[in-house]
Write a protein that binds this ligand. Structure first.
Ligand SMILES: [Zn+2]
Length: 386
């Protein structure tokens, strides 16, 4: 049996595992497994193909329908190039704040879950609580769907709710934009710059395509395809990187630009790509009249993460209002596993301690007050299910 540790003590332990997205999470998982073993909680692992990382899920309470899944990720973002005032992988307390990479996003929530295990185990739950701890969330929510579906498949009973404990200052979040990144490369013809009228400049063509994408965003807005719950209230399309050309006087035969789409729930993110591809095929025909090998290729460089759109009438909304003590529903523009759990059939909301403002920054922290709120949230959840 474990000595009951506080959320703060557990958080200090968890922050000590510098597991970045894309790296093996087995060390931190070992800690969590041992901790659960201490309370005789059975868990299941969902490893990747190489066996270098694994998701973990477990059920505490009776095998009946209607349980609540608590979801969090075990990986964090890098600290390189950030001006940290102390070791990011050692939890440091200062003036009511706990500093460390992942303290807020989102080991604080994991610590609240684990600190509550003794209480959950002892409670006479009528409905079960599940933990769903993933990896590689920070490099594109790579495991969210896999873990959500593994839970659905593994248990004979049907868990009903999923609470994603991303930092929201314990505000219930019912909407999240979707996201995808693409890279587009234009293949043109090289030549002297004076011959621009007979060559196919990959840079010139890229510029046209970029303007087409900007127009696509503007057209959606003009047609009223907006959602007032989000800031900004529309699907955004943005080009963040453009690379091409070797000299001012040489027509570029290759140019690549990378862009992201962050869609509001009512826009199908794949429609944007379908329209763009159709336009590219038309442009290729035009370009090939000058240069037969002209081509435009687009590939996905960050997997598509679906949006979350939980309607007010679902019972998870009332549940989360009661648990958080906050009736003001919100939305977020960052990517999380919420849309993936929702797509797998769970009534899903985001709600967790700490502020997203602190996430991914130097000197990331969670206030002790927020961490306490997280623990209190767990307590209310246990009472709710008793
Ligand atoms: Zn996160």
């Amino acid at each position: 049996m474990n000595k009951n540790k506080s959320a703060k003590e557990i958080l200090a332990d968890l922050v000590g595992f510098p597991v970045l997205g894309g790296q093996s999470n087995l060390p931190i998982l070992e800690y969590i497994k041992k901790y659960l073993d201490g309370y005789a909680v059975e868990y299941q692992l969902v490893p990747n193909e190489e066996g270098t990382s694994a998701n973990l899920h477990c059920r505490i309470g009776p095998a009946v329908d209607g349980g609540v899944v608590l979801s969090g990720h075990t990986d964090v973002v890098p600290v390189e190039g950030q001006d940290w005032h102390a070791d990011p992988f050692q939890l440091t307390e200062k003036e009511g704040k706990l500093y460390g990479r992942g303290s807020c996003d989102m080991k604080g929530f994991l610590a609240c879950c684990l600190a509550s295990v003794s209480e959950i185990v002892e409670a006479d739950l009528k409905k079960p609580i599940y933990f769903a701890f993933s990896f590689d969330e920070e490099i594109g929510c790579l495991q969210g769907s896999i873990l959500a579906n593994a839970i659905k498949d593994f248990y004979e009973e049907k868990p009903k709710y999923a609470i994603i404990g991303e930092p929201s200052l314990m505000q219930p979040i019912v909407g999240q934009k979707g996201i995808v990144y693409y890279g587009t490369t234009v293949y043109g013809s090289a030549g002297h710059s004076s011959g621009i009228r007979k060559e196919v400049s990959a840079i010139h063509e890229s510029a046209r395509l970029i303007m087409w994408l900007e127009k696509k965003m503007d057209t959606l807005i003009e047609h009223g395809v907006t959602d007032q719950r989000f800031v900004p209230d529309h699907t955004s399309i943005h080009i963040g990187i453009l690379e091409g050309g070797i000299a001012v006087n040489v027509v570029a035969d290759r140019c690549t630009f990378k862009w992201d789409v962050r869609n509001i729930p009512k826009v199908n993110i794949e429609d944007v790509l379908t329209d763009f591809e159709a336009h590219c095929r038309e442009r290729e025909l035009v370009l090939q009249k000058r240069f037969p090998n002209a081509k435009i290729k687009t590939t996905e460089i960050h997997p598509l993460v679906p949006p979350l759109d939980t309607p007010d009438h679902l019972s998870v909304v009332d549940l989360i209002k009661r648990l958080s003590g906050n009736n003001t529903l919100g939305t977020v523009a960052y990517a999380a596993e919420a849309g993936q759990f929702s797509n797998a059939g769970f009534e899903t909301v985001i709600c967790g301690p700490g502020s997203i403002e602190q996430a991914h920054r130097a000197n990331e922290y969670i206030s002790i007050e927020e961490l306490d709120k997280g623990v209190d949230f767990m307590r209310k959840l246990v009472r709710e299910l008793e």
